[in-house]
Design a protein around this ligand. Structure first.
Ligand code: CA
Length: 230
């Protein structure tokens, strides 16, 4: 499969290209947004199966590049970035990215995600529905672009912050998020002055989703999401 790697850091690109080549990908490297868009112009070549798009590019913002790609093609796009916060992720998925990988990533995980989006691309599923943008945790379904949450197919109404909090924890089930980290990502503020806001939101989520064990309190540290067993 041909893969377009958009990355301005030659060291990162070389290391990643070598790994991808070992796994059978024919890698084309673009160092800027403009090079990437040029490479995607229709040519008499085998079309690309997937684009790996770094967001920090020298000539234009990676989000902008994603928007331009999406205007002309349904090719699967995986954003690769150091921006781990939930808003950046949602913004990327809203622009039509199929998946979003945060640096530093595990190469095995990246390969699995490439295969997953490429498979969807070739089975002709409607990329407009953007299935990668939904997180599934047992009976809980979280749709990032539309900000809809359902439990056993019943839609649950969440406030903006409740959704952001749930989406953040759900990105890495089982991983403990520190309170300070959650507050800075969801409330965009430092620790002071938020009082019991976080506890109140966690309690509200537990009750609205009717899954009190979904969000576990890790005493003195923070919270983590425990995926339901079904
Ligand atoms: Ca970069």
């Amino acid at each position: 499969m041909r893969l377009l790697l958009v990355e301005d850091d030659d060291h990162v690109a070389a290391a990643l290209s070598a790994v991808l080549a070992r796994h059978g990908f024919k890698v084309v490297h673009a160092r800027s947004g403009e090079e990437a868009l040029q490479a995607l112009l229709p040519a008499d070549k085998e079309p690309f199966g997937v684009v790996l798009l770094d967001l920090g590019l020298p000539d234009q913002d990676g989000y902008e590049v994603c928007g331009k790609i999406r205007k002309r093609s349904a090719i699967p796009v995986i954003m690769v970035t150091a921006r781990a916060d939930v808003r950046s992720r949602i913004h990327g998925l809203n622009l039509g990215a199929d998946d979003y990988v945060v640096k530093p990533y595990d190469t095995g995980e990246l390969l699995a995600r490439i295969h997953a989006v490429a498979r969807r691309g070739t089975t002709g599923e409607d990329t407009g529905a953007n299935p990668a943008a939904a997180l599934l945790l047992g009976p809980v379904r979280i749709e990032l672009p539309t900000r809809r949450v359902s439990v056993e197919d019943q839609e649950v109404q969440l406030t903006r912050k409740e959704f952001d909090l749930l989406a953040l924890l759900a990105q890495r089930p089982g991983v403990v998020f520190r309170r300070e980290q959650i507050i800075s990502e969801v409330w965009r503020t430092s620790w002071e002055g938020t009082g019991r806001t976080l506890e109140v939101h966690v309690a509200s989520l537990r009750s609205k989703l009717r899954l009190p064990a979904l969000i576990e309190t890790v005493r003195g540290v923070g919270y983590r999401l425990v995926p339901p067993s079904r």
